[in-house]
Unconditional design. Structure first.
Length: 155
């Protein structure tokens, strides 16, 4: 079993596909078998998204694999799960989501120091193809600079 604090899953594709303007931490409403499956690291954030409906926040398409020992009391792997946020946060996020092009993307699921499952959501704006190419160029330039500095230090 994995340790109680630390990342369970990280959505690496999100930072490639979106400009993340701000992040928000939220709690998750989970069943027992979902928590045990998360502790085993059996989760996938690909194609998942968050939405606000009727004044409540929900996360959809997060795939948490069934926990084998729970067999008949298991959960639905891709069900919508409620997010725990303060009313003020929900209202603020709802106002920002009404802006053109902003969306709420799950960035990572982790367990905090108290052993509670948390999700980090990013308020992001979609990147165009030329933005993605620029990000790749910047990353490679940074890598080349670091490589040159390491080589220089070895001499």
């Amino acid at each position: 079993m994995a340790e109680s604090a630390g990342n369970v899953v990280v959505n690496r594709k999100a930072r490639h596909e979106y400009f993340i303007e701000e992040t928000v931490e939220a709690g998750l409403v989970l069943t027992g078998s979902e928590v045990k499956s998360l502790r085993d690291g059996r989760c996938n954030l690909v194609d998942s998204f968050a939405r606000i409906a009727r004044g409540e926040a929900f996360i959809s398409n997060v795939h948490i694999s069934p926990y084998d020992p729970a067999h008949r009391d298991n959960h639905e792997p891709t069900r919508s799960r409620k997010l725990l946020l303060h009313r003020i946060e929900i209202d603020r996020l709802e106002g920002k989501l009404k802006q053109k092009g902003l969306t709420l993307i799950p960035l990572r699921i982790y367990f905090n120091a108290r052993g509670r499952a948390k999700i980090e959501l990013g308020l992001g704006r979609g990147k165009k193809l030329h933005d993605k190419r620029q990000s790749i160029k910047d990353r490679e330039a940074k890598r080349e600079t670091a490589r040159a500095m390491r080589a220089d230090r070895k001499r």
